[in-house]
Design a protein around this ligand. Structure first.
Ligand SMILES: [Zn+2]
Length: 276
């Protein structure tokens, strides 16, 4: 299932790879008392549980011309194979057509389809793309002690260097006309979001800036996945603040499909989400 919105001449489409089983919300947000979920129960949780999904975002021109960009590659083939490549095909896009893959951060649910394997031999699933990963994340995640404990790094990230498709990003960088990276560190050391600008309109694909819609309002709340909570909060407030004041459209991969594209209002450390 896909949902999309246009930003000027560019179309941004959420492609759902996999919907995992719901999880106990107190396990994901161990520092948030159960009662504090009260006001958010109905629209942020599903039967009291944390329900997320694993998504990638496709950016292409409405008229079909120009470079095609994929932001993240979701969970990938596995015990329960993801559907990203089928979703891509349904959108009329061949893996060969992708000119850039931006990785918001290299957690397993964002890099799963980066590399495909013929036996033990890796190949780039998107052979004509440069894979854009923040240098700070590359340096952190490929250190011996981290890589040894995170299988997704050896399987889906480190091979990119040998395949000649890895492009390390420092700060803001243009991905394609109207598409650029923007650092939003904290969830991981190099976590980055993707800003899309066309014809006076702006959108932002936020990666894992928040994992539940309640965090748009309660920006203090951090899931257990955030690497540096203070930094994650500061980035969350910074990007949401810019989105609110600029009227940006926000694309959030971990929110429920159908409610994962929205606008935000507010300022400071509290915002309100409105799905579009
Ligand atoms: Zn994630």
């Amino acid at each position: 299932m896909a949902t999309s919105a246009t930003i000027g001449n560019l179309q941004v489409t959420a492609l759902v790879d996999l919907t995992p089983p719901p999880r106990d919300v107190s396990a994901i947000y161990p520092d948030v008392p159960a009662d504090d979920w009260g006001p958010y129960q109905d629209f942020a949780l599903e039967n009291g549980m944390w329900q997320t999904q694993f998504c990638a975002f496709l950016i292409k021109a409405v008229n079909g011309d120009g470079p095609i960009v994929l932001v993240d590659t979701a969970m990938g083939p596995g015990e329960e194979p993801g559907k990203l490549l089928e979703e891509l095909a349904a959108s009329g896009v061949d893996p060969d057509d992708i000119s850039a893959v931006v990785t918001t951060h290299p957690h397993g649910d964002h890099v799963g389809w980066n590399v495909s394997y013929d036996g033990d031999s890796p190949r780039a699933t998107f052979p004509n793309a440069r894979y854009m990963l923040a240098r700070a994340d590359w340096d952190y995640w490929t250190s011996d002690e981290i890589a040894a404990n995170v299988p997704a790094i050896g399987k889906s990230v480190q091979p990119l260097a040998g395949l000649g498709v890895l492009h390390l990003v420092d700060g803001e960088e243009e991905v394609a006309p109207g598409v650029k990276t923007l650092p939003a560190n904290g969830h991981t050391p190099g976590h980055q979001v993707v800003v899309v600008e066309s014809n006076g309109e702006t959108g932002v694909i936020v990666g894992d800036l928040f994992h539940n819609v309640a965090q748009v309002t309660e920006t203090e709340w951090c899931p257990m996945f955030d690497w540096n909570q203070d930094m994650a909060r500061a980035s969350r407030r910074d990007i949401l603040g810019r989105a609110a004041s600029g009227g940006w459209t926000v694309f959030a991969g971990h929110l429920k499909i159908g409610a994962n594209i929205g606008k935000v209002s507010g300022s400071g450390d509290r915002f309100t989400w409105q799905s579009v």
